[in-house]
Design a protein around this ligand. Structure first.
Ligand SMILES: CC(C)(COP(=O)(O)OP(=O)(O)OC[C@H]1O[C@@H](n2cnc3c(N)ncnc32)[C@H](O)[C@@H]1OP(=O)(O)O)[C@@H](O)C(=O)NCCC(=O)NCCS
Length: 327
């Protein structure tokens, strides 16, 4: 069963540094003050020091002990520009262009991770998902063996018995319409992430069709992807193509696919595209009363995550712990 206590224990054994790209945002300051009070995760705030300290004082958060790094005064900026140009040399990026990009917190913060000055990054309190993720895609890149970066959400619903209900959903935030092979990769990454959060993954490749009840290009894509995933991950229970009701309801599963070991028990959902995934996790969150953690980026060569612009300080705190624990 997932609990933040386990992630905090991981961090206590090996404390980490996390960069916040929007250092003067009050939600970041509140989360940082909570982190500073507990010693397992050290915040690095990107931005102008005077502005950050003023914002902290105005909002009443004690950020004493936080590291503040101002891109305008960073003493290793020349080294950072050289590395940036090297990393983007296939795109012909000049030092002047690099300098301009590194004046932005999202690019600067990503380079702090690349240079090993921080272990993890959390951004997106004010930047869009694309603006948080793009520097990571361009500079951090996919980890060896992966062809794409994708994402998953972990959904947690506390129950009256004290047993949290925990689900994983992917890819709800990055890839617009994954190919069959990309869906297979997303499934493998989502299953691995689900395990970290205490889920014993049973994967459903979702569709508007169950075992050929409907027809169409997207049905074929999900069916073929499920078949490929079964071959690639023989130890994982995988079903597809399958409708959501058959995936989660034993009653429906008995009618539509009685022989499936996953149907009725699925807990890790692979969506056909970003629209269905993004809408799906938000329905679970808003109508199903699940807490949603994510998007957790998968397949990236360093732990970098994106916040929703509507996030609150408590979500920043939780996502910071998740991000750093994955490091
Ligand atoms: C992720 C995303 C931002 C990338 O868009 P983009 O920056 O326009 O993508 P580009 O095609 O210009 O690619 C930029 C770089 O990222 C790489 N890239 C793009 N998508 C990638 C992926 N899924 N995995 C790995 N690398 C990727 C490209 O190869 C390219 O690298 P290069 O510059 O070294 O050649 C885009 O897919 C997106 O906007 N997704 C939806 C985000 C969103 O709105 N989510 C909903 C809210 S949660």
């Amino acid at each position: 069963m997932f609990g933040f206590g386990q992630l905090i224990e991981i961090l206590k054994k090996s404390p980490k540094k996390i960069v916040f790209t929007e250092g003067k945002d009050p939600r970041i300051l509140e989360a940082s003050s909570r982190l500073l009070a507990s010693y397992f995760l050290h915040p690095i705030l990107v931005g102008n020091e005077d502005e950050i300290l003023e914002a902290a004082e105005e909002s009443g958060f004690n950020i004493r002990g936080a590291e503040i790094i101002d891109p305008d005064k960073f003493d290793r900026m020349d080294e950072m520009i050289d590395l940036f140009c090297e990393l983007r040399k296939s795109k012909g990026v000049t030092p002047e262009q690099a300098k301009k990009m590194l004046a932005q917190g999202n690019y600067f913060g990503t380079m702090l991770v690349k240079m090993g000055l921080a272990d993890a990054l959390l951004g997106g309190a004010t930047y869009s998902t694309a603006d948080t993720v793009r520097p990571a895609l361009q500079l951090i890149k996919t980890k060896p063996g992966n062809s794409i970066v994708s994402s998953c959400f972990i959904l947690v619903r506390p129950s009256a018995t004290g047993e949290n209900e925990v689900l994983a959903m992917a890819d709800c935030a990055i890839n617009i319409r994954p190919t069959e092979d990309e869906l297979v990769e997303i499934a493998g990454e989502a299953a691995a992430c689900a395990k970290i959060f205490g889920i014993d993954p049973k994967l459903a490749f979702l569709s508007y069709s169950t075992f050929g009840s409907g027809a169409g290009e997207d049905v074929d894509r999900m069916r073929n992807a499920a078949q490929k995933a079964k071959k690639q991950y023989p130890d994982l229970p995988i079903e597809g193509e399958i409708q959501f009701d058959a995936a989660v309801s034993l009653n429906v599963a008995r009618t539509k696919c009685p022989d499936s070991e996953v149907a009725g028990h699925a807990n890790t959902f692979i969506f056909p595209d970003i629209s269905s995934g993004n809408i799906g996790y938000k329905i679970a969150q808003r109508l199903g009363h699940f807490d949603a953690y994510g998007p957790i980026l998968l397949g990236l060569n360093a732990p970098i995550n994106d916040l929703s612009r509507g996030c609150n300080a408590s979500e920043v705190y939780s996502m910071a712990i998740i991000t750093a624990a994955l490091a």
